[in-house]
Design a protein around this ligand. Sequence first.
Ligand SMILES: [Ca+2]
Ligand SMILES: [Ca+2]
Length: 251
Amino acid sequence: MQHHVLCILVLGVSSVRMSDPEQCNCEEKVPACMVIPGSNGLPGIPGSNGLPGRDGKEGPQGEKGEQGLRGMQGPPGKAGPPGLKGESGQKGDCGGKELELLKTQISDLQGELKALQLTASKTQKAILGYIFSNSTRVGGKLFVTNGDDGDYETSKATCNHFGGQVASPRNENENTAALKLSAKMGRKVFFGMNDQETEGIFKHLNGETMEYSNWAPKEPNGVEEDCIELYPDGKWNDISCNVARLIMCEF
Ligand SMILES: [Ca+2]
Ligand SMILES: [Ca+2]
């Protein structure tokens, strides 16, 4: 009986202290009261929660899910083994005939091209001969002068500009024709041949060696004279390429 009274007092004091946050230590006194429930009708203090129970049994298998999204393309696989060598084919008769036909056509075209070039060349010379009164025709060649003077390089550039080259006689008739035009103009002219590449060996502008020449006595005689001028008597003299002479071209 004394024990019950003590507990009631203690509970009263505890409830008072619970309202005071600064002195809350009633938890330590609760176990002393756990012996009270059921003895005298006074309500007991609720116990604390028990431990979690054991895991339940495994449930039934779920239904099959929907198909997932398609994954990314993987890296290319290794190259397969080489295939078997094929059998050699038969020679095509048709291809051979076509080739021969093409060759014939190309040959025909080349012939027509040459004919056209010849016609164009004749036309060009006819036009030049008509435009330039100072011209002389000999065989298939046309010597033309515009009346200007210039050194050798200027003569070459001028003639190349019009599609020709510096006058280069290859026989006596051409030399005579060039002399005739030179005499008409009353001035000496340069020829195209020179020994600029190898001293003493005069060559044509296309690199060919000279088969015809008409040197004056004791000519050529100049180590520093690599060009050719035409004397009034038709003879040739090697002379410096830097002097000025009448520009005469051939077409
Ligand atoms: Ca020389
Ligand atoms: Ca000379």
